[in-house]
Design a protein around this ligand. Structure first.
Ligand code: ADP
Ligand code: ADP
Ligand code: MG
Length: 501
């Protein structure tokens, strides 16, 4: 047992603030680190102490583990909270923190390392009979052998980087003819993005839902799950809208997936907050994807339905305290939704749209929570992930959460940059979303930029004009879908860890 009196938050933006808020409530002092681009950032002002650790690029600041450890020594902190992204899943850094005598608020370096490799993770959980997507269990190196396996598994298949993350490092292969070329590209992408060329094959599940289970483990070996989050609304294999609970899980399936997730955590002696990700197919078979060994971006929806403060639980666990509840004590209350408000242009393939927040007014009111790190007049820096805020709503049931989200989106005022707010409004009003019948193909299937301009409330004539133009476009280029291609892997900038190159 070791009381934590001072925490350095090795992160920026909304998550740095979110962690510091809880620390403050617990009477813990906070240290912010920041880059030259973040001098005026809110997390810097919120912290008790703040230290500039270097230049704007992540590699010059937020990723400099040794500099961060120096700050810890100088300011005599007890613990480091890594947030998500940056150093949060860097096993070497976690080990150095420990060696230097500080507490790393997260799992052991061994667990991070094991789960950081999708292949090693699959091998580790195999003895618990966790269902897995059919494919290879080892890295593929021999093209001919790999082709054979792909044929056995059946096309389409997915070539995945074992060290991949953040939706990057995946290639869909439709047929054997394109296999060799795609494998070559996948390997070279994996090397350049993750410094590790190991790739493997997974069957490409056609219309899956992404359902993940939040777990919490203490240092005494108790592990519980905090139910699921549905994260199927994705662009570029990355989440935009999340909710808890999922509208498709029955109590029986929830229990089964929960038990599997706890077993995955057991397989690596997991300590702290972690997430076990699954795909659920149309027949409601679920398959283990990977485990994320950190606080997840979308943790607020779990907080809303369980009444638990995830960061507080992380800190108590890091102090060595046992969980103060058992699985039986936990219950789902109400329904929560999260919309990631990104500085991205949904009308332009969700490409980052960086600039100044000319107007920035948050929505308020009962059941609305905004986790952000910006104020009106601030610039969104080009160096980091373009997420501005997480808009979270909570209601007694799903419909109430949806109604609140729609109201909150209308109330949110952002000008100066394009954001995912209008996209969120489109999704939340879409019949497929409202009925709960949707999967990770939502954007591909239903979204095209024109629906956003219709949304703005034009006259009937204008709507007719847009529709006519769309039809004409479709005739010209039948397959020119506006949704991002599922094969996109390293498209766009690589934020966080792999931003260093
Ligand atoms: P979550 O898994 O928490 O839902 P994301 O997949 O969006 O959220 O990842 C959280 C953040 O960390 C994202 O901004 C993503 O870009 C970044 N990230 C996660 N894993 C990696 C990785 N292996 N390489 C680069 N960036 C990553
Ligand atoms: P990352 O580490 O980048 O988060 P994941 O393995 O968690 O990678 O997959 C991210 C997303 O990619 C999933 O949520 C899903 O939408 C899609 N995906 C991953 N594996 C498959 C698969 N075998 N079949 C279909 N879609 C998949
Ligand atoms: Mg994932």
């Amino acid at each position: 047992m070791r009381k934590i009196n001072k925490i350095l938050v090795a992160n920026r933006g909304e998550i740095a603030l979110r962690v510091m808020r809880t620390a403050k409530e617990m009477g813990i002092r906070t240290v912010a680190i920041y880059s030259e681009a973040d001098r005026n950032a809110l997390h810097v002002r919120f912290a008790d102490e703040a230290v500039c650790v270097g230049g704007p690029k992540s590699s010059e600041s937020y990723l400099r583990g040794d500099v961060i450890l120096d700050v810890c020594r100088q300011l005599q902190v007890d613990a480091i909270h890594p947030g998500y992204g940056f150093l949060s899943e860097n096993a070497t850094f976690a080990a150095k923190v420990k060696e230097a005598g500080f507490i790393f608020i997260g799992p052991s370096p061994e667990a991070i390392e094991l789960m950081g490799s999708k292949l090693a993770a699959k091998a580790a959980v195999a003895r618990y009979h966790i269902p897995m997507v059919p494919g290879t269990e080892h890295a593929i190196t021999d093209v001919e052998e790999a082709k054979q396996i792909a044929q056995q598994v059946g096309f389409p298949i997915l070539i995945k980087a074992s060290a991949g993350g953040g939706g990057k490092g995946m290639r869909v292969v439709e047929d054997v003819a394109s296999f060799e070329e795609q494998m070559r590209l996948a390997v070279s992408e994996a090397i350049s993005a993750f410094g590790d060329g190991a790739v493997f094959i997974e069957k490409y599940i056609g219309s899956p839902r992404h359902i993940e289970i939040q777990v919490l483990g203490d240092t005494q070996g108790n592990i519980v799950h905090l139910f699921e989050r549905e994260c199927s609304i994705q662009r570029r294999h990355q989440k935009v809208i999340e909710e808890a609970p999922s509208s498709v899980l029955t109590p029986v399936l929830r229990e089964e997936m929960g038990r599997c997730a706890v077993n995955v955590a057991k397989a690596c002696d997991y300590v702290g907050a972690g997430t076990v990700e699954f795909l659920l197919d149309e027949q409601k078979n679920f398959y283990f994807l990977e485990m994320n060994t950190r606080l997840q971006v979308e943790h607020p929806v779990t907080e809303q339905i369980t009444g638990l403060d995830m960061v507080k639980e992380q800190i108590l666990i890091a102090e060595g305290l046992p969980l103060s509840f058992t699985q039986e004590d936990l219950q789902i209350q109400g329904h929560a939704l999260e919309l990631r408000v990104y500085a991205e242009d949904p009308a332009n393939n969700f490409l980052p749209d960086i600039g100044k927040l000319e107007t920035y007014k948050r929505p308020q009111g009962l059941g609305v929570r905004v986790d952000d790190g910006f104020e009106q007049g601030m610039d969104i820096p080009i160096y980091y992930d373009p997420m501005i805020a997480k808009l979270v709503t909570f209601g007694k049931d799903r419909q109430e959460a949806i109604d609140k989200m729609l109201r909150a989106i209308d109330e949110y005022q952002i000008t100066g940059i394009e954001t995912t707010l209008p996209f969120g409004k489109f999704v939340l009003q879409h019949e497929a979303f409202v009925s709960g019948d949707f999967d990770t193909k939502f954007i591909e299937r239903y979204f095209n930029p024109e629906v956003l301009s219709l949304e703005a409330g034009e006259t009937a004539q204008e709507i007719a004009a847009v529709l006519a133009a769309t039809l004409l476009e479709e005739k010209k280029a039948p397959k020119a879908a506006s949704a991002p291609a599922p094969t996109s892997t390293s498209s766009g900038s690589s934020w966080f860890r792999n931003r260093t190159k």
